[in-house]
Design a protein around this ligand. Structure first.
Ligand code: ADP
Ligand code: ADP
Length: 228
């Protein structure tokens, strides 16, 4: 299995209060799959994504991505892992306003070992004619296309997306979801999308249902729905 999550626990301590954001969560995912983590607000989805992305340390358990045991990594290795192995897509895009579209994507070209060409990727996401534009001139859907291009450009093994359609109207959201799936197939990426939106889960190969930090169900979708 490409990703193996074993009995992970993540606690946050605030003063004297300890919150278990994740407790005894285990699952595995095959390479090249499109996966959704589904659960209500506060259920631990972002925490799970952060753990997979090497943004913070686990309290207990183990996470393996490819041959790397990320739960054992120290800060420097983890930084390297985040830069090389992971592409991130956020709800609010995280695009740099002072750089144009091309520069925003080109920025990551030298992070990966076998990065893709920024121009080629921008063409693939339909922004061939927007490369010289600045973020302020772009719509939300276009900004999310830039961020998907940026995430894929460095040729990461894993794409982690936190509510990627959460700030978009439903039609634009559908288009972005379709783009994510198309790009994942074209560039052979494993994708994990975190959402509270059950419609998005319908198109996934696997759905990880979490509630109150606990894995309620691991659903395997043998015939994922096509995006309309
Ligand atoms: P979701 O993404 O499903 O909304 P989160 O992973 O953000 O859920 O949060 C899960 C739980 O962990 C919530 O109770 C939240 O308040 C708590 N939590 C998340 N991040 C922190 C943090 N940095 N410090 C303390 N508590 C946190
Ligand atoms: P911050 O961003 O708040 O400075 P850190 O990234 O330094 O936080 O640490 C995040 C969490 O990981 C903290 O709970 C910290 O105790 C823990 N931590 C920091 N360094 C290490 C390490 N080398 N090995 C394991 N856990 C660590």
């Amino acid at each position: 299995m490409f990703i193996e999550v074993r009995n992970i626990k993540k606690e946050y301590k605030t003063g004297n209060v300890t919150t278990a954001a994740l407790d005894n969560v285990s699952f595995s995912l095959e390479e090249g799959t499109f996966n959704v983590v589904l659960g209500p607000s506060g259920s631990g989805k972002t925490t799970l994504l952060n753990m997979l992305g090497g943004m913070d340390w686990l309290t207990e358990g183990e996470i393996k991505v490819g041959s790397a045991i990320i739960s054992k990594m120290k800060e420097r290795e983890l930084t390297n892992y985040r830069r090389k192995t992971i592409g991130f897509v956020f709800q609010f895009y995280n695009i740099i306003p002072s750089l144009n579209v091309f520069e925003n994507v080109q920025l990551v070209e030298n992070l990966g070992e076998e990065s893709f060409d920024a121009k080629e990727i921008l063409s693939s996401v339909g922004l061939k004619n927007r490369m010289q534009n600045f973020p302020q001139d772009l719509s939300g859907g276009e900004l999310q296309r830039v961020s998907i291009a940026r995430a894929i450009c460095k040729n990461p093994q894993l794409l982690l997306c936190d509510e990627p359609t959460g700030a978009l109207d439903s039609k634009t959201g559908q288009n972005i979801l379709q783009l994510l799936k198309d790009m994942a197939i074209k560039y052979k990426k494993t994708v994990i999308v975190v959402t509270h939106n059950a419609t998005i889960a319908e198109v996934a190969d696997n759905v990880i249902h979490i509630k109150d930090g606990i894995l309620e169900n691991f659903e395997v979708n043998s015939s994922p729905k096509q995006i309309d």
